[in-house]
Design a binder for this molecule. Structure first.
Ligand code: SF4
Length: 320
């Protein structure tokens, strides 16, 4: 069974659809990237999986975790609180907003174990916290445990967040742009750490980012999202070397700093991501797509064969 199964997820605000018909699963120990520009619905999807949606967002469909006997969509706050930080955990982009500024970081790691009762007492939780800080390769973990968040660097704070997320051995780890605020070398070390930590524990990883290079470095499979829909899925190597969806091709061209158009300009996707509720009918990418035809007035379904899928009437390189 998959560690995480999302089925026909629909999210909307005041009747405006933000995420439509999103289905995917992540196996135990599998690393899956969810990519798209801002406004694509990727972070909202992650927020829904974590059960952290704002009150005004209506959700339908299903989000299931292995060994949790209820759906997370429609679950009560009490049910979600039992699952969050235990069966699934999240690392956010900005650790300063997620960490308690007035609490020593070791106590914050210990606290999540005490809340969920995975360690019998404070002494055991504190010892495990120091061990976790060592596992995320923080220097002098005993001393670091006694530090406050402001005494650590951005990269170190992000490691503390990872230690908190991994403390209860979750089945699913969600990372939402966890390295965007870090400089390149610190970012590379953090990505390596996320990769090895999830590999060693058999944790399913859902990695949300707009950065294709980060996905290439970290993930095995990728889900490409646009206009609140999955438009392409498949193994990272295949999708990045032979994209089938014009949007994926556009993202790849735009991330290639050496690719220029016939006028010598860097390639970009024409136009901008429309605002919520302003995507065209039919194919959501229709107003930006250079390959659009009359047929695109009808929404293409995500056709999946084996582990490869795309939602396009005129796929790049033909349908095969
Ligand atoms: S379905 Fe049509 S508009 Fe949509 S991506 Fe494919 S070719 Fe472009």
């Amino acid at each position: 069974m998959s560690a995480l199964t999302v089925d026909s997820l629909e999210l909307s605000v005041a009747g405006i659809p933000l995420v439509s018909g999103v289905s995917f699963s992540v196996g135990a120990g599998e690393r899956v990237g969810l990519i798209g520009e801002s406004g694509s619905g990727k972070s909202l999807t992650a927020t829904a999986v974590m059960g952290l949606l704002p009150d005004e967002v209506e959700a339908a469909g299903s989000v299931r975790l292995s060994e949790v006997d209820h759906d997370l969509v429609g679950a009560s706050e009490k049910q979600l609180a039992r699952v969050r930080g235990r069966r699934m955990a999240m690392v956010f982009q900005e650790p300063m907003t997620a960490l308690n500024p007035s609490m020593r970081v070791g106590d914050q790691v210990a606290e999540i174990m005490l809340i969920h009762g995975t360690k019998p007492d404070k002494a055991a939780a504190r010892a495990a916290a120091v061990e976790l800080l060592a596992q995320v390769r923080l220097p002098q973990p005993g001393e670091t445990a006694r530090a406050y968040p402001h005494q650590l660097s951005g990269g170190q704070r992000q490691r503390v967040m990872l230690a908190i997320a991994l403390a209860n051995d979750p089945a699913v780890l969600i990372c939402d742009e966890p390295t965007t605020a870090l400089d390149v070398t610190v970012q590379a070390r953090m990505l390596e750490l996320i990769r090895t930590a999830t590999e060693e524990r058999g944790t399913a990883l859902l990695f949300i980012t707009h950065d294709l290079a980060v996905v290439a470095q970290t993930c095995e499979r990728v889900l490409v999202m646009y206009g609140g829909r999955l438009v392409e899925t498949g193994p990272v190597k295949e999708v990045f070397t032979a994209p089938k969806h014009p949007y994926t091709r556009g993202l790849l061209d735009a991330s290639d700093l050496e690719a220029v158009d016939e006028h010598g300009r860097l390639r970009t996707i024409p136009g901008a991501v429309p605002g919520a509720g302003e995507f065209p009918g039919g194919c959501v990418f229709r107003n930006r797509c250079t390959d659009a035809t009359g047929q695109c007035a009808e929404a293409p379904l995500l056709s999946e064969v084996d582990d490869r899928g795309f939602a396009c009437w005129n796929p790049v390189g033909g349908p095969a």
